[in-house]
Design a protein around this ligand. Sequence first.
Ligand code: GLV
Ligand code: MN
Ligand code: MN
Length: 396
Amino acid sequence: MWRELAAIGRETSTGGYRRYAWTAADTDCRSWFRDQAGARGLSHETDRNGNQWAWLGDPAAGDAVVTGSHLDSVPDGGAFDGPLGVVSAFAALDELRSRGAEFTRPLGIVNFGDEEGARFGLACVGSRLTSGQLTREKAYALTDADGITLPGAMEAAGHDPGAIGPDPGRLARIGAFVELHVEQGRALDLSGDRVGIASAIWPHGRWRFDFRGEANHAGTTRLADRRDPMPAYAETVLAARRAAELAGAVATFGKIAVEPNGVNAIPSLVRAWLDSRAADRATLDTVVAEIERAARDRARSDGVDLSVVRESFTPVVEFGHALRDELNRLLGGRVPVLATGAGHDAGILSAAVPTAMLFVRNPTGVSHSPAEFAAEDDCAAGVLALADVLEGLACR
Ligand code: GLV
Ligand code: MN
Ligand code: MN
């Protein structure tokens, strides 16, 4: 499976993956998923929101056990964030079949669409739409950097966007969802464990800061006469680092757009996206308020206009104790339980369905980078753990 996925959407100059929603690379990932389902005799469907499902047994019977993750990536993402959960899901089914397991509940394997939000700016679009956490109206208004709308992109990729929206009937037929994911930190490496169980996902969000000034000549405009938005932006980046450090939170400006983006032109606009996360909501609110205050102070003194828009927000997720304790019991009772600052479809689904996560050791902790890595024997341990969990939940 890894060999077949390896070349899809890989940028050879960086070694990273660019598998953005509804692009050719995404289509290739989807074909791969359909082929994997077909090779195992599973039925396959793409739901109204573009999520792919492979089924063993009839999902209409209800109380299904579902596992899986996503296949899309961030810009120059690693090989494992997302695909490890999908590959492990198919491999765990193979393992259960070789054990001769008899399924008493339908088993689903899912590939959620557009988890990373790299193209349209909002993460977990597929699971948010399905669970009703993203309205159809808001989804229709999403655009990429070229002004292509989400429904336009869906249509161009051959998916009819006409029916996107909540799918409560689908979720009602799921009794448990377990997402396996590469760890995006070093907790398991430090504890010496191959596999962990998620306790919680930090609350997190994305905010767009638009600093608007006035374009002018870089050589002839006196400093005193400028309305340059760049220093206010720069000040804001430093304030974000300070505020996050003080609060034990994280804050990142990882994407900016500058207009007109000329070396010898004072910018008219610096548009910057803040990603901030913290262990609790009050801390996150404090950090973001402090960053915005610093941005406004500097913008005012530079004659720059500032607008701040919260583009997305995901509240804290505490995974239900019943399912996570059950996982630990099925895995022998000694699996470390850890919180994460990364967002997941599992976090979105947990509002509607009993949900749990397994993490697989990442020896460097690096993720959202071509250097992301997980050792083969740790991945194999993840598959066996997932198989044990699915066997305990879905088999006789
Ligand atoms: C997704 O990986 C996120 O945490 O942003
Ligand atoms: Mn990710
Ligand atoms: Mn992921």
